[in-house]
Design a protein around this ligand. Structure first.
Ligand code: UD1
Length: 340
């Protein structure tokens, strides 16, 4: 009998790609989203890729009654929780908004899992929990650093909520996946990243500059202690990242976990600088990008990349796509949005 996976935030950038991979792997997927930070574009894209209407519940996970109702309506074998605010800068301006939304929604999921007598819970965490790492690459045993933003703090706190719930309530199992920098789009160009307003993240800013929506990309800082002076990150293809979720869900459902709560880095293990990414984008897509150096951005770490060997070994997963393939997919998606 096929298993049902609830995907909160399933209409967003990561959630929509995960929904596609789960459905293609044979899971029944229920998408839940409040559309507070996205429109229906990705939901429609998911249905187009899969060739059928996917179950969709429009709801806010901060509404405990609605979450309880949802768990009563479907038999949820696993839940993947994406529904959260994610703008680092905004979280500094509006910390209470972030704490209320990101913490309460996850508490409601855990309460529902407990009330049901157990559930497999996958939390969408971030490499931001490592702060400015002392050793590179970072492993899951690298220390978490005090968070530098309320956004980062909610990621750490939700990891702890999950760990403690697993420890206290029989039947709840948990996995936290710590994403490095997810980029790209589905190869169909039917789903992708849809930032509202001016993008905060690098790749949407690059594609919007290339298409003419933004005048010029600012490369934040060229005096970092890195080979070319710009920051280094571990850019992970969104479809590769989505597949890690399928592996983690299967591991939970098949009873292959080695502990009730597990944490995995989801990255490539390959550092790429801002300058290298810009150059790779221009080369693979044959476009010239208008960019300039600008001062460092507050809060940015110099360099971070993953040691993904635990996920490689335990999840049987590895990142497969090259950064060039990923940047070609991101560009195809931007062009499709622009109708070009
Ligand atoms: C941030 C968050 C991370 C979150 C991720 C995706 C922190 C410290 N980082 O990662 O938790 O998961 O976003 O939402 O909380 N850059 C430019 N010009 C730009 C934009 C970015 O040069 O216009 C540079 C940045 O300085 C950085 C790199 O590009 O070196 C990547 O930036 P970005 O895409 O914003 O991701 P992070 O800050 O690494």
């Amino acid at each position: 009998m096929s298993k049902t996976v609830l995907v909160s935030g399933g209409a967003g950038f990561i959630g929509s790609h995960v929904t596609v991979e789960l459905a293609q792997a044979g899971y029944d997927v229920v998408i839940a989203d409040d559309f507070s930070n996205c429109d229906e574009t990705n939901y429609k894209g998911v249905c187009a890729i899969l060739g059928r209407e996917m179950p969709l519940v429009t709801m806010d996970f901060c509404d405990a009654v609605a979450v309880e109702r949802l768990f009563g309506q479907w038999h949820i074998d696993a839940v993947i929780h994406f529904a959260a605010f994610k703008a680092v800068g905004e979280s500094v301006q509006e910390p209470l908004k972030y704490y209320r939304n990101n913490l309460l929604s996850f508490l409601n999921v855990l309460e529902a899992a407990k009330r049901q007598g157990g559930c497999n819970v996958l939390f969408s965490s971030s490499a931001t929990v490592y702060g400015e790492p002392e050793e590179l690459p970072v492993t899951e045993r690298s220390p978490r650093q005090p968070a530098t933003s309320p956004y980062g703090n909610t990621k750490q706190m939700c990891e702890d909520f999950l760990r403690d719930a697993v420890g206290a309530y029989p039947g709840i199992r948990g996995v936290a996946l710590r994403y490095f920098n997810p980029i790209g789009a589905h190869p169909s160009a039917l789903i992708g990243e849809l930032p509202r307003g001016v993008p905060n993240n690098l790749v949407p800013f690059i594609t919007q500059t290339a298409i003419g929506k933004r005048e010029c990309l600012s490369v934040f800082g060229n005096d970092y202690p890195t080979p070319d002076g710009t920051c280094q990150r571990d850019y992970i293809d969104i479809v590769d990242l989505a597949r890690a979720h399928v592996c983690a869900v299967a591991r939970m459902l098949d009873g292959r976990m080695k502990a009730g709560y597990e944490v995995f880095n989801v990255g490539t293990g390959r550092p790429v600088s801002v300058l290298e990414l810009v150059t790779a984008f221009e080369k693979v897509n044959g476009v010239k990008l208008n960019w300039k150096y600008a001062p460092r951005r507050a809060g940015d770490v110099t360099a971070i990349w993953a040691d993904p060997s635990l996920a490689n070994k335990e999840l049987g997963w590895r990142a497969e796509r090259s950064v060039e393939e990923t940047l070609a997919a991101a560009w195809a998606w931007e062009k499709r949005l622009a109708g070009k």
